[in-house]
Design a protein around this ligand. Structure first.
Ligand code: PSU
Length: 309
């Protein structure tokens, strides 16, 4: 066990070795495993994403709280156990430390994974799609804590855009207000998770991972804190077109309203509903986009290490 300033962190053997050598590390979240995908698609994704990061010359660090201990990097059997675990909390900034204090097991969302990655000195994190401003937020006030975390915590988050279930222009507005750079990889359009385009322009565009590393170095030199949101469109062969997915989203949103689904349960409910409606096709796209993000995140982690060398 190694100590961060005050919190004990349990690193996997592989992550511990990478830390000793100063090798590039990519953080991965666990809510996507426990709340975002059904078994066995979740284990398939969790394993393949780790392999992709290793093939990209970086080390994967899947993050979770297990029985009140923060784990940064999971051994294969811990990962396997988590994919089928029941009664796992979905942890964000508000309750991350509650799970630590009470000995609970919890999966980390984008917000909580950023907090843990920063504690462990990991600068890049790959996920599927960030949380954002929910449709109808003017009534529900449902805005993901992921956005606030991006404003505060110094981690580069690689995603496939904001989930199309959200209000994308309002999500982009909040990111702009909170000073979060949104950089899309090789596209001028901000992607919408299952689809390559949202129809809304990306504030910034880059072509390569090393441009992102150089941008990060300039931000540090300027003393600007907080995260960078890197949006990486899903590969063309895996995407579900915007018009097609929108029909499924509308049906899922109606079901959520009728069943009075609220707060943390909304995103998992909508993802599962769309999975059922598409006969599993949305899950295939979701896995493909996370894999694609893992590839880019490894490249960024390597480029950041090169910048430092
Ligand atoms: N990406 C996926 N599937 C997911 C998530 C991301 O492909 O389930 C999770 C992340 O953990 C993200 C969360 O933080 O969805 C957003 O939840 P909410 O809208 O409740 O903030």
């Amino acid at each position: 066990m190694t100590n961060s300033p005050s919190l004990p962190i349990l690193y996997s053997r592989e992550v511990e070795a990478a830390r000793t050598k100063g090798a590039p590390i990519v953080a991965l979240e666990s809510t996507i495993i426990t709340h975002g995908m059904p078994y066995p698609g979740n284990i398939e994704m969790a394993r393949s994403v780790e392999t992709i990061i290793r093939n990209g010359c970086a080390v994967p660090a899947t993050i979770a709280v297990i029985d009140g201990t923060l784990h940064v990097g999971l051994e294969a059997e811990q990962l396997e156990k988590l994919t089928q675990a029941k009664d796992v909390m979905k942890l964000s900034r508000a309750d991350f430390a509650f799970a630590l204090a009470t000995g609970r097991t919890g999966a980390t969302t984008v917000a909580a994974t950023m907090i843990a990655a920063a504690l462990a000195g990991i600068r890049v994190f790959a996920t599927g799609g960030i949380g954002g401003v929910h449709r109808g937020a003017e009534q529900s006030f449902d805005i993901s804590a992921d956005l606030e975390e991006l404003a505060k915590t110094d981690v580069i988050v690689v995603c496939a855009g904001a989930k199309a279930i959200l209000d994308i222009p309002k999500t982009l507005e909040v990111l702009e207000t909170r000073g979060v750079p949104v950089v899309t990889h090789r596209s001028t359009d901000f992607p919408a998770f299952w689809s390559r385009v949202s129809g809304f322009p990306s504030p910034l565009t880059v072509e390569t991972a090393s441009e992102i590393a150089t941008f990060e170095a300039a931000r540090q030199a300027a003393g600007i804190r907080g995260g960078i949101l890197v949006a990486n469109p899903v590969p063309e062969q895996d995407e579900i077109a915007r018009d097609e997915i929108e029909g499924f989203i509308q049906v899922a949103l109606k079901a959520a309203e009728e069943q009075k689904i609220a707060a943390k349960a909304v995103t998992p409910f909508l993802l599962d509903h769309i999975f059922q409606q598409t006969g599993g096709r949305s899950l295939k796209t979701n896995i493909a986009l996370v894999e694609n993000n893992a590839r880019l995140a490894a490249e960024i982690a390597v480029a950041l290490a090169d910048e430092r060398a």
